[in-house]
Design a protein around this ligand. Structure first.
Ligand SMILES: C[S@@+](CC[C@H](N)C(=O)[O-])C[C@H]1O[C@@H](n2cnc3c(N)ncnc32)[C@H](O)[C@@H]1O
Length: 414
């Protein structure tokens, strides 16, 4: 039964092979950021005394994934979550659910009738099913049965391009029917996500390992970056992670060993395909990292050229940053540079991660997040070692080309 004070909404998570299970962890962090702990969000799935850790909640443990039903008291959370989400394709408000179409029509929430019976509103109906294909004829038949004269007798006018309400009928894996309407502003399928303007193919200044825009935003969401947070990327490169954080209003700091990359002298280059080249605001001819902030009208970051192994910060100013977000060099495309020893790749990799934690232990505030990527090579176990002074919040795998993969890891400073 749907309780009066709680609304059932369904998160429709984007499924893509490259993005793996990043959608669940993003939903967890965004609802938490806006005040709803994950134990509340997923309370109907797990018994209180055996509640899993965040990283144990996967597509395998959520029965109807990529549809995830959650109970909300406050629907105002939805626009807030959607304003930052990359992986939640849509959020649907459930008005009825049943095993048969007849019961579905009988169970409809009374408050939904104010929309269904209003001829001044326009609508479009959609059928969502990820688990099996249905023919066009069957779709029309189902829509007629639910929204047509013999069903809910919907009085709205039809508008297929810009409807006021997008109704949906969802058929779940276990052949249950759910009816509702979308709560996102996306009235059309394939509507662009806010982050699309940041895609690398349109980014003005690129380097050999610029971080993809979606991963950068997912990492900023894992760190729950907010306005006026102080965020640091010790391996800033061309600044992708900082661009995402700056979009959320953070004050950004970055260091990078390769000063030439920041100043565009060698491996960094102007992307001739970027539409920013045609923008009247584009004045800079010299390639350099700050162009990536100018392009989106973001304030310039605070940058320093240094080796992460060197002492950079004032020893009296500890626990300064609210978040550290980085993609350390793995030694494949981005070289791991360290004085003296360039030979032993694995040792260098271990040293760079160890150093990242050392820096974070000092300069990250308590409760601040360290979000980083960690490569998994053949034969390596998919796990994250315990790290003194940090609690593991979440980790998920991203599959990459040629069977490589990497983990997106989120730690919290204790
Ligand atoms: C994987 S890339 C990061 C790319 C960056 N996120 C971007 O969007 O361009 C790693 C960066 O770490 C830098 N790096 C390598 N060794 C370093 C060190 N010891 N200290 C600081 N930066 C280092 C590399 O020059 C490279 O730019």
């Amino acid at each position: 039964m749907i309780q009066e004070q709680e609304h059932i909404v369904t998160l429709v998570i984007n499924q893509s092979i490259e993005m793996g299970e990043f959608g669940i962890q993003e939903a967890i962090q965004l609802f938490e950021l806006f005040g709803l702990p994950y134990q509340e969000l997923f309370k109907q799935y797990f018994p209180e005394n055996q509640f899993p850790k965040k990283y144990e909640i996967t597509s395998q443990t959520l029965p109807n994934y990529p549809f995830v039903d959650v109970y909300l008291k406050d629907l105002d959370l939805i626009p807030k979550v959607l304003s930052r989400s990359l992986m939640i394709h849509d959020i649907l408000y459930t008005i009825s659910r049943a095993n048969t179409i007849e019961d579905l029509n009988k169970n409809v929430l009374l408050q939904a009738m104010q929309y269904i019976e209003n001829p001044n509103l326009s609508c479009k109906c959609d059928i969502i099913t990820s688990f099996f294909k249905i023919t066009q004829e069957k779709r029309v038949e189902l829509m007629e049965q639910v929204f047509g004269e013999k069903g809910l007798n919907c009085q709205n006018t039809i508008n297929l391009t810009e409807p006021d309400i997008l109704y949906y009928l969802m058929i779940t894996k276990d052949q249950k029917y759910i009816a509702g309407y979308t709560l996102s502003k996306k009235k059309k399928r394939r509507e662009k996500n806010f982050a699309r303007i940041y895609e690398l193919p349109n980014r003005i200044y690129l380097g050999p390992v610029s971080l993809a825009h979606d991963l950068a935003f997912l990492m900023a969401n894992q760190a729950q970056v907010k306005e006026n947070d102080f965020v640091f990327d010790p391996f800033a490169g061309t600044g992708s992670s900082l661009v995402a954080c700056s979009h959320f209003g953070a004050i950004c700091f970055g260091s990078e060993i390769d000063g030439y990359l920041m100043k565009g002298h060698c491996i960094g280059y102007i992307n001739q395909k970027s539409t920013y080249l045609k923008d009247p605001n584009y004045k800079q001819v010299k390639p350099y990292i700050n162009l990536n902030f100018q392009q989106y009208n973001l304030p310039p970051p605070n940058l320093i050229q240094t080796d992460v192994h060197l002492p950079t910060f004032n020893p009296r100013v500890d626990e300064f940053f609210d978040a550290i977000i980085c993609d350390p060099p793995y030694g494949i495309r981005a070289s791991i540079q360290q004085d003296g020893n360039e030979q032993d790749l694995q040792a260098n990799r271990t040293a760079i991660y160890r150093r990242m934690f050392e820096v974070a232990r000092r300069v990250l505030r308590k409760g601040g997040r360290l979000v980083y990527l960690y490569p998994l090579f053949k034969g390596m176990e998919k796990k994250v070692e315990k790290e003194e002074g940090f609690e593991l919040v979440d980790f998920r795998e991203q599959k990459m080309v040629d069977k490589r993969s990497r983990l997106l890891v989120t730690m919290e400073k204790l």
